[in-house]
Design a protein around this ligand. Structure first.
Ligand code: UD1
Length: 345
């Protein structure tokens, strides 16, 4: 058995898939989640896949005493993967203080407790949102591209948290960190035991596509067909959540077991830009299911095009996203069908 890892937000979309990959790589996982945007049944899904039910603590990381009790209860924790955060862009504009408190206080509490409890490394979930709209010469965007002013409080919490980690380590704190900047995570575990569970009307493309395909939503709107892209729709770098989860396993091994710089940053994507229209067409091809869609006006605040240069993750982390998009889209569909079967939606 390898080290014990604390996964915050471990019942969430990316957290649950990462827990599975960590367990399958031999790590012992303790999940902390306040279930504010996930369900306890996710633990059943994880257990079905790996045969091991991870330890679970229903704790709000804003509560420092409760958080400290987790480290007291599990003294073997050596590493943290910190997913727990609020992530709805629109809501963050309406409730900025909620976002600042949730996303920033939680990280500060963890960082303060790490040296006290001998926790050596933390992997932080950041986002390509820190790049804003990169200028054309910066596409695909590398880790060295300039950080641009955040367009929302949510995006700002990612930038601030990256700076907090760097400032803390530069001050001499005896911890290490790897910051992962994700592009657009999509799909579900091939077993369909875990996947994404959006709350209410989905904001993100893939859940909207699968919910339209299954008849929960009447029609998908493709926001904007007059962008400066080959087919006029926006371009993103869609990364399979299972590939993304594996990047965390690689990062954890690196941060705990290798001599490296105390803070490192990696883009985690496929390196390929795909348009919204290509996603919808790809979904229909991969599943054989038609999606009722129409063009609609641009969505405010949308980035026109962004995709990652992922050479650093490929070469230094020794990790590569290699699942074909059609398989990824099929996994999202299987998950949607499973939700229907189970009567969830
Ligand atoms: C969004 C967030 C980003 C966050 C990321 C997390 C915004 C503006 N950005 O990114 O900060 O880090 O989610 O996953 O919310 N689309 C449609 N119709 C839909 C939904 C989406 O055409 O019903 C298009 C969007 O215009 C976009 C693409 O699909 O071009 C992807 O959208 P989405 O899944 O919301 O991701 P992002 O906007 O990239």
């Amino acid at each position: 058995m390898k080290q014990t890892i604390l996964v915050t937000g471990g019942t969430g979309f990316i957290g649950s898939h990462t827990t599975v990959e960590l367990q399958q790589a031999g790590y012992n996982v303790v999940i902390v989640d306040n279930l504010s945007n996930s369900k306890i049944e996710v633990l059943d899904g994880i257990e079905k896949i790996t045969g091991v039910r991870p330890a679970f603590e229903n704790v709000d990381l804003r509560d420092k005493e409760a958080t400290e009790n987790v480290f007291k209860k599990y003294p073997a924790i050596e590493g943290i993967i910190h997913f727990a955060a609020s992530k709805a862009v629109g809501e963050s504009v309406e409730k900025p203080l909620l976002y600042y408190r949730n996303n920033i206080v939680s990280l500060i509490n963890l960082l303060e407790l790490m040296p006290q409890y001998g926790v050596k490394g933390i992997i932080f979930s950041s986002s390509c949102t820190v790049y804003g709209q990169p200028s054309p010469e910066n596409l695909p965007v590398t880790e060295a591209a300039p950080i641009q002013k955040a367009l929302s409080p949510y995006g700002n919490t990612k930038q601030i948290n990256e700076e907090i980690i760097q400032d803390y380590i530069h001050s001499g704190a005896q911890i290490k960190s790897i910051i992962l900047r994700y592009f657009n995570p999509i799909g579900a575990h091939p077993s369909a035991h875990i996947g994404e569970l959006p709350n209410g009307v989905p904001m993100n493309l893939i859940p909207y596509v699968t919910q339209t395909a299954i008849g929960i939503r009447q029609q998908l709107k493709i926001f904007g067909n007059d962008y400066n892209t080959p087919d006029g729709t926006c371009i993103r770098d869609y990364i399979y959540v299972v590939d993304l989860a594996k990047a965390h396993v690689a990062a954890m091994g690196r941060v705990l077991d290798q001599e490296t710089d105390p803070v490192e940053i990696f883009n985690i994507g496929t390196g390929t830009g795909v348009s919204t229209l290509e996603v919808v067409e790809g979904f229909e091809r991969a599943t054989g299911v038609k999606v009722n869609w129409t063009y609609a006006p641009r969505r405010e605040g949308d980035i026109e095009k962004v995709w990652g240069n992922v050479d650093k993750a490929n070469n230094v982390l020794g990790w590569k996203a290699d699942t074909p998009l059609d398989d990824v889209l099929l996994s999202a569909w299987k998950w949607q069908e499973k939700l229907r079967e189970d009567g969830v939606m």
